[in-house]
Design a protein around this ligand. Structure first.
Ligand code: GCW
Length: 712
């Protein structure tokens, strides 16, 4: 139920329980609150509809006291009621799980109670059932920040880092602490309980003492909301920091160096979570530099961390220029080692076998690694989906992944179940999302990108949720009018029928729209040089690795289009378990959404619709553009329901998205037409731009681009 009445008491968020710790920072947080009225800074936590209640709690820990205050600050049930927060051992609940009933929030731990409180408040505000039991799908629900020590963020579109300063200064201000507290609170409100503070392309500097001291300050703040701190480690740190001649993971001096480093870290941050490591990937150092294996590398870290309860998240994002098909490499490199990793190693696998594309089939490693812990890595920041400009709700994509059936243990072995411990026993279960958070006042660079942060947390907590429910909750929490003052002349039913239903429809169709105007039918990696923003199907300079150029992936030629990954091609299909390998191999049964991912077909190959591949491509691009034009129209009609600032921000981004969708369509179709040599279908809207012009500009700015952007 959404509440539209004026609150009896004005909500005042009390930070009393940790006033001793951050009194001045909290003062700032408190006093600055009103400045953020309409700029999106309060995210989905705009719960100001408060009625006074009495809360009883049997635990005095700081986190439990925060839970009490959150409940008081967000209660929108009846005034004067008494609610009990009870922390007691209950074997039906996991560590972070909770039970809710209308006047009781019960959990094993204070953090569990805090999650229970946030869920309770969300349920009150969105009109959901109040009596439930909830356990998380994954023990560790982590945001990976690709933040550099100089404050920049790799693939970040929301300003600089909230953790690191541009000037490389390690000073911590009260403003920093206030922001970290707000960040921690937002994370905890959706169940996120871990943060990797620095880029996987890791600077060794982060492991030096001055940086570790700053990490401690951050960890001290995040901990209050139950969030563990992790770091990305550079594999070659023993050389750059320890002045050793090698980083060979079997070298006793190297092992000793890491043991000491880990000891030092735990002395400073006793509950440190562990390391995330990108090794032998895209130029990063790793064990293969010393003719050692992923097992040698990962286990060295695992052994150092084990005495302290730390984990190693070892990334499977590996590929090199010599591999005939990049999509095959992670599987080929990791499968031979199944069963050899320590129990505190988790192999972190991107959703698809290539790289966070608008659509990929799931990575064949899911379910295939049976004796090795494995965790999905999702990308919340929209590197390949229009950055902070295009409105693309990613829950649909993640739902598609999590519900994909790997068949590894018979039907129903979904990616979700193969990673959450329900099929394979893993000591640790986890999921990671590459963060989209920065210093922008709305955190994510756009209002709708907040929904992706929200969706990641919700799916990490419950990997069975569907995107429609997540969108429904998020819209209600983020846009429902709060007070009579905000409320123009419309009723709740109007809001539901108009705003809620329509915005939900935009969100739920937005990912498919992007796939259509960017790279439909299984096409992938058609991006322009440098930034992965606009189209560049032609981009292929001689001095660039071929697997970093679009022609490597689309293989458009006079005889047809698509990457042959069948047995007569790269054979990548064989990495999938039956019946998928057979289904994907056969042109009659291969899902059309993956057609050009797995097959190279002639331009006149007929699809189920009866249209040829060429015609179908044209129509997908056309539909993509049409969908975004509809979003634009819909949004304009919703103006009465949204505050001015957020309305205009979304409006202007949609305008650019419509423009860019057109650019994608024209660029890709005109480029492919050079090979298909076929006319556009008669009903297709004609291109607006010339191909030559599009090849000469940067698609983000539409300004002349460097020569590199052009075809060789
Ligand atoms: O997709 C690529 C990105 C890189 C990123 C890499 C990775 C952090 O373009 O910016 O590096 O993936 O995931 O390691």
């Amino acid at each position: 139920m959404i509440i539209f009445t004026q609150p009896k008491a004005k909500a005042v968020f009390s930070f009393k329980p940790y006033r001793r710790l951050f009194s001045a920072a909290l003062f700032l947080l408190f006093s600055a609150q009103s400045l953020f009225a309409d700029n999106g800074h309060e995210l989905w936590l705009r719960n100001k509809q408060v009625n006074p209640i009495k809360v009883i709690c049997n635990n005095k820990s700081q986190t439990a006291q925060i839970a009490v205050h959150e409940l008081k600050a967000g209660w929108s049930g009846g005034a004067g009621e008494t609610v009990n927060i009870m922390i007691k051992t209950d074997r039906s609940l996991q560590q972070d799980g909770y039970k809710l009933s209308p006047h009781l929030i019960q959990a094993n731990t204070a953090t569990g109670a805090l999650y229970g409180v946030f869920d309770f408040l969300r349920r009150q505000q969105t009109g959901q059932e109040l009596s439930i039991t909830s356990n998380p799908s994954y023990q560790r629900r982590i945001l990976d920040h690709w933040d550099n020590p100089d404050g920049s963020i790799e693939r970040g579109y929301a300003g600089n880092s909230i953790f690191w300063r541009k000037e490389d200064s390690l000073t911590v201000t009260l403003d920093d602490k206030k922001l970290w507290l707000e960040y921690a609170r937002a994370d905890a409100s959706i169940g996120i309980n871990g943060a990797v503070l620095n880029n996987v392309n890791a600077s060794p500097r982060v492991l030096t003492e001055p940086y570790l001291k700053k990490v401690k300050e951050i960890a001290d703040v995040l901990r209050t909301y139950g969030i563990k701190t992790y770091l990305s480690a550079n594999f070659a740190s023993p050389i750059s920091l320890g002045k050793l001649k090698t980083a060979d993971p079997l070298d006793p001096a190297v092992i000793a160096w890491w043991n000491n480093k880990v000891k030092e870290i735990y002395k400073i941050i006793p509950d440190f979570g562990g390391f995330l490591i990108k090794a032998n990937s895209e130029g990063q150092p790793g064990p293969q530099d010393y003719k050692r294996t992923h097992v040698d590398g990962a286990n060295m870290f695992a052994d150092a961390l084990k005495p302290y309860g730390g984990i190693v998240m070892w990334r499977a994002f590996v590929y090199n220029a010599n591999e005939h098909d990049r999509a095959k490499q992670a599987y080929s490199e990791f499968m031979p080692f199944d069963g050899q990793f320590r129990s505190n190693v988790i192999i972190q696998v991107k959703n698809g076998p290539v790289d966070f594309q608008p659509r990929e089939p799931f990575s064949p490693l899911f379910g295939a690694l049976k004796k090795t812990a494995i965790m999905p890595e999702l990308q919340v920041t929209k590197e390949y989906l229009g950055e902070n400009i295009h409105l693309v709700f990613l829950a649909s994509m993640w739902e598609e992944l999590l519900k994909s059936d790997t068949y590894q243990q018979g039907a129903g072995s979904t990616v979700a179940h193969c990673t959450d411990g329900s099929i394979y026993k893993q000591q640790y279960t986890a999921i990671a999302g590459v963060s989209n958070i920065g210093l922008d006042s709305n955190w994510c660079g756009s209002n709708f990108d907040q929904a992706n942060w929200y969706a990641f947390g919700r799916l990490a907590w419950n990997n069975q949720l569907n995107s429609s429910q997540i969108a429904d909750e998020w819209i209600k929490l983020t846009f429902a009018p709060l007070t009579a003052k905000d409320q123009p002349a419309f009723k709740k039913t109007d809001w539901n029928n108009n705003f809620l239903t329509r915005v939900k429809n935009i969100m739920l169709t937005s990912r498919e729209a992007a796939v259509n105007y960017m790279m439909p039918l299984g096409l992938h990696h058609l991006f322009s040089a440098f930034r992965h923003y606009g189209p560049g199907p032609w981009y292929a300079p001689k001095n660039v690795r071929t697997d970093w150029t679009p022609p490597y992936y689309h293989k458009a030629a006079p005889d047809g289009i698509g990457f042959d990954r069948t047995q007569s091609g790269s054979g990548a299909i064989q990495q999938y378990h039956e019946p998928l390998a057979t289904q994907f191999s056969d042109l009659k049964t291969c899902p059309e959404i993956y057609l050009l991912w797995f097959h190279h077909v002639s331009w006149d190959f007929r699809l189920k619709s009866g249209a040829t591949v060429w015609e179908e491509l044209c129509h997908h691009y056309q539909n993509g553009v049409a969908s975004v034009r509809d979003f634009q129209k819909e949004w304009d009609n919703l103006q009465p329901y949204v505050d001015q600032q957020r309305f205009e921000e979304v409006q202007s981004k949609l305008r650019k998205q419509c423009h860019d969708a057109q650019v994608y369509k024209d660029a890709c179709l005109l480029y492919f037409q050079q090979y298909s040599k076929l006319p556009f279908p008669s009903d297709l809207e004609r291109p607006i731009y010339d191909l030559q012009y599009l090849e000469s500009i940067d698609p983000l700015t539409m300004e002349k681009a460097p020569v590199l952007n052009r075809r060789k």
